[in-house]
Design a protein. Structure first.
Lengths: 146, 140
């Protein structure tokens, strides 16, 4: 079973992530003979209080993606409709460490309603429910099995 | 944010060259999520106990690139439910309902086939009386 291990940061549980075009978009571009943009590396924060993985708009805009779905969420200013996109999503090992990536070729993600400094992706329960996440507080580390 | 060419190219190659393999790769995910794939996996909103009645859907954000499509959905969903389409998926482009499918994968594939090359906006929404109400870090 692949296991990815990370240190606990004083600001939370951070993981390196890759966000890219989902397989449907890749296949569409491929069939049209158009170039396929490589996935983009970002900083993900594990957030079990978030139902669905959220991605900063700056990443999504780089792919010229148009949202394919909407859903409703509640913000400080009340209920609002938010855009959702289909992307490929990966959790990577720490730089320089060996390990297999967690890869989801088509994940439905929400555009972050507002940017969070230093965070590109909130890794929500939709992804966490596919993994076994073990937090070792005294050992100052956590691991993700998938 | 930076682009990682090595990892990215490898992942892209994986997606293009091993399309068939993805069905089996994601099968455990689909099973855990309680959804069934049919070749390509089916992205779905996560199941939760929070939902709102379709009549309470908030209006579109004015600057959204899909505000016309979403407003069409808000306008038409009651009629679609009354006509017996609960549980199906509707593809909308502009003010027009393009079609209704039994599963999201077929609806999305048709949307991509028609509109992806020109990046024309479209949406695929589930026709459901109770619509998902998602919680995020920024939510109340």
């Amino acid at each position: 079973v692949p296991i990815l291990s990370y240190p606990i940061d004083k600001d939370g549980y951070f993981v390196p992530v890759l966000v890219g075009l989902d397989q449907r978009a890749v296949l569409a571009l491929h069939s049209l003979g158009l170039p396929i943009l490589a996935p983009i590396h970002g900083c993900g924060l594990i957030d079990s209080g978030t139902d669905i993985t959220c991605v900063d708009g700056s990443i999504l805009q780089q792919y010229r993606l148009t949202p394919a779905h909407t859903a409703t969420t509640t913000t400080a200013s009340g209920r609002t409709s938010v855009k959702h996109f289909e992307v490929s999503f990966s959790i990577a090992p720490l730089s320089g460490q060996p390990g297999q990536q967690f890869v989801h070729p088509t994940l439905l993600v929400m555009e972050l309603p507002a940017s969070i400094p230093g965070i590109d992706v909130l890794v929500g329960r939709d992804v966490l429910n596919l993994c076994k996440t073990i937090i070792d507080g005294p050992g100052n580390g956590f691991s993700i099995e998938f | 944010v930076r682009e990682v060419s090595g990892e990215g190219e490898a992942l892209t190659r994986l997606i293009v060259q091993h399309r068939a393999g993805f069905a089996s790769t994601i099968a455990p995910f689909s099973a855990k999520l309680g959804v069934e794939g049919k070749g390509l996996e089916v992205p779905m909103f996560p199941k939760s106990n929070r939902a709102i009645h379709y009549s309470q859907l908030p209006p579109a954000e004015p600057d959204s690139p899909i505000n016309v499509e979403y407003e069409t959905f808000r306008r038409e969903i009651g009629r679609l439910i009354a006509e017996g389409h609960e549980g199906k998926f509707v593809l909308i482009h502009g003010n027009e309902i393009i079609g209704i499918w039994d599963n999201i994968d077929d609806a999305m594939s048709e949307g991509y086939r028609r509109y992806f090359a020109n990046r024309d906006p479209f949406i695929v929404q589930e026709i459901a009386t109770w619509q998902p109400l998602l919680r995020t870090r920024l939510a109340g």
